[in-house]
Design a protein around this ligand. Structure first.
Ligand SMILES: Cc1ncc(C[n+]2csc(CCOP(=O)(O)OP(=O)(O)O)c2C)c(N)n1
Length: 550
């Protein structure tokens, strides 16, 4: 007979779990003891929310469920935002929570909330383990659900008394399974529609960044020469230095890329996830939208594709590539003019030496400092628009941003997780002063774990993104300004290094040194968003309109 918690941990090992992020409570003590002697590393964090963000990011980068742990009640409710983050962002993640004994308990209702039901709208699967014998099936099913398309969050509650029970149950082997592929008539119909179009365009979405679709997509565009743009979470699937890259749909409308979208008569949406902010507005009429994804399109007022190709994305792209030849009547001239205009526009502000730093200069310098495989992890703030728009990714999943829950507070935890998954790559967290302070305590986690990391802290002493929207909507300035600690001293108090450049030209050398140095460096960069509204809402729309009129 084995102890239930030992069997539980053996089941996690069999699923390939290498580490668990979290904070235990007394209800997890059996599980903790079983972990102590296992191959799995327990990585303590300073807040369960951060543990969840880390686990979700591990899932996002590996395709295998990242695992986090908390106690019952307050620990479990602290996981709620991370559950939503994983669920909306399609990141495979397992949350394990403890619970008071369920057979007899001397503690009444102390600390008890219904965690299983709390997690129901935020997960694909949430179960209490009611007997030791059910552990193998529950754990296997949790991983299967978390990892299958569309991936997301799952939750298992292991009550204290069940964890200590004896059991003779055996683990269940994983099944061999392949994703279904798109049916040949759907492929033929889509291929005919693309071939018949005059200005076809590809859109690469979040789903294409999950599985290995990059090789098939590269072969597809190399053969056919069809230009592409991306959603925020589709960035990096294809090299954005490609002459076929037309930009990112980071803004809602009127950027250069939207002029290309407006003139396309067929858009092939590869891996579009409706959870992302709509990358373009649908139009009734002649323009055809083809949905290529693991699942059918969820139709709503902002998304109603006419053709659906449902099945494994890489296979669908390969089949489409086989079925198509470049067509003499395809006309991409306007798209190429859009690309040149965007490139000129991005280059124009890349050396802006105003200080506090501007968003475009910041992004240009980060790109100069980071290698092709290095990873930038964004928190959530106004700078996200500049990164999505101006940062050209060269490899899949090298700009981790959240255009799904779009939560603040995930920048630093996701960067810690990215470095754990990829210790051979440089990792940079980019946070606003607002978002950073939501999980800044994880600097201690990073220092304790000996993680090499650079943190860019963009300081405008405000909730800049909302301040921008407030100003744009002509409200008076109210409720947005913050006081802040001395971030250099704050970093130093954790045992990290703190820096603050005094001019635009000091920033890049400082960043390069920080990236090259082991340990943790925090660079506080004063940032100026005061011109962003004019640039994003007046200058760019006017310039892109001129392109159409030309
Ligand atoms: C957890 C959470 N709370 C509130 C918001 C709403 N929100 C979005 S961006 C933002 C301001 C972010 O400020 P900061 O991190 O300083 O970045 P900045 O925009 O100033 O660069 C707020 C409050 C959110 N997305 N997530």
């Amino acid at each position: 007979m084995a102890k239930a918690s030992d069997l539980f941990v053996a089941a996690l090992e069999a699923e390939g779990v290498e580490y668990i992020f979290g904070i235990p409570g007394e209800e997890n003590l059996d599980l903790l003891e079983s972990l102590r002697t296992s191959s799995i590393k327990l990585l303590l964090t300073r807040h369960e929310q951060a543990a969840g963000f880390m686990a979700a990011t591990c899932g996002r980068l590996t395709g295998r469920a990242g695992v986090c742990l908390s106690t019952l009640g307050p620990g479990a409710t602290n996981l709620v935002t991370a559950a939503a983050y994983a669920q909306l962002g399609a990141m495979p993640m397992l949350m394990i929570t403890g619970q008071k004994p369920i057979k007899t308990s001397k503690q009444g209702h102390f600390q008890i909330i219904d965690v299983v039901d709390t997690m129901r709208p935020l997960t694909k699967y949430t179960r209490q383990i009611v007997s030791a014998g059910s552990i193998p099936a529950r754990v296997r099913e949790a991983f299967r659900r978390a990892q299958m398309e569309r991936p997301g969050a799952v939750h298992l509650e292991l009550p204290q008394d069940i964890a200590g029970d004896p059991t003779d149950a055996h683990l269940l082997p994983a099944s061999y399974s392949r994703r279904p592929v798109a049916e040949s008539k759907a492929i033929a119909h889509a291929a005919r529609t693309i071939a018949d179009a005059r200005h076809p365009l590809l859109m690469i979405g979040a789903g294409a960044n999950r599985q290995t679709t990059a090789n098939c997509l590269r072969a597809f565009i190399d053969k056919l020469g069809i230009p592409f743009f991306t959603t925020q979470m589709g960035k990096g699937v294809l090299d954005e230095d490609s002459p076929l890259w037309l930009g990112n749909a980071a803004l809602s409308d009127h950027d250069f890329v939207h002029r290309a979208i407006d003139s396309a008569d067929c858009i092939v949406n590869i891996g579009h996830d409706v959870i992302e902010k709509p990358p373009f507005f649908m139009r009734e009429g002649r323009r055809k939208v083809i949905h290529v994804n693991y699942e059918g399109a969820e139709v709503d007022a902002v998304y109603f594709p006419q053709i659906e190709v449902v099945g494994d994305i890489a296979n669908a792209v390969w089949q489409l590539g086989e079925a198509l030849q470049p067509q003499a009547h395809w006309d991409f001239d306007f798209f190429h003019r859009v690309r040149e205009a965007l490139a000129t526009n991005i280059a124009k502000r890349a050396d802006d030496d105003s200080f506090p730093l501007s968003g475009p200069r910041l992004v240009a310098d980060v790109r100069r400092a980071m290698g092709d495989d290095d990873i930038v992890c964004l928190d959530n703030g106004l700078y996200k628009i500049w990164f999505a728009r101006n940062y050209r990714c060269r490899r899949p999943n090298t700009l981790l941003l959240d255009n799904a829950l779009a939560t603040m507070g995930a920048g630093l935890p996701s960067a810690i997780a990215a470095r754990i998954v990829h210790p051979d790559r440089n990792v940079l967290a980019v946070c606003g002063d607002g978002g950073f302070m939501m999980n800044s305590q994880e600097l201690e986690t990073a220092v304790r774990l000996g993680i090499d990391l650079t943190v860019l802290l963009l300081n405008d002493n405000a909730f800049g993104m909302i301040k921008w929207k407030q100003r744009h909507e002509d409200y008076p300035d109210f409720g947005m300004d913050l006081g802040n600690p001395d971030f250099v001293k704050y970093a130093e108090s954790y045992g990290a290094r703190g820096h603050r450049p005094a001019s635009a030209s000091e920033f890049l050398p400082l960043l390069r040194e920080a990236i090259a140095r082991p340990g943790i460096d925090l660079i506080e960069v004063p940032i100026d968003y005061s011109d962003d509204d004019r640039i994003l809402n007046e200058e760019i729309p006017a310039m892109s309109a001129a392109l159409v009129d030309a």
